[in-house]
Design a protein around this ligand. Structure first.
Ligand SMILES: [Zn+2]
Length: 110
């Protein structure tokens, strides 16, 4: 290797590849060109998981500014859901009643 420039060692995992420290900005850990994308990705992932609240608030803000549905559509879906829920409840009640009667009929007679 040419010794005119400073030589640094890659700090990613067990890479330990040597490279010239040209344009060095004085960060503590240095990475070779092969490992840098991985490191950048890892940092991005870490920040993504650490700033969950921030991310969610940003998303909520964006959604409030760019709504998918209008208020009219929202109320329509709410009403539909209400009807559907009641229907579903009736069905469940009927099923439960049926099961109850079946249980009673299948009881061994003493
Ligand atoms: Zn490396």
């Amino acid at each position: 290797m040419d010794r005119r420039h400073k030589i640094k060692m890659c700090a990613y995992g067990s890479c330990r590849e040597e490279f010239y420290a040209k344009g060095d900005r004085g960060r503590s850990r240095k990475y070779c060109d092969k490992c840098r994308p991985l490191v950048v990705l890892a940092i991005a992932k870490k920040s993504y998981y650490n700033n969950k609240a921030n991310r969610l608030s940003k998303m909520a803000k964006y959604r409030s500014e760019h709504p998918i549905k209008t208020e009219k559509q929202k109320t329509a879906t709410r009403q539909y859901n209400k009807i559907y829920r009641e229907k579903n409840r009736e069905i469940l009640r009927a099923k439960a009643l049926k099961a109850y009667h079946r249980k009673r009929l299948n009881k061994p007679q003493l």
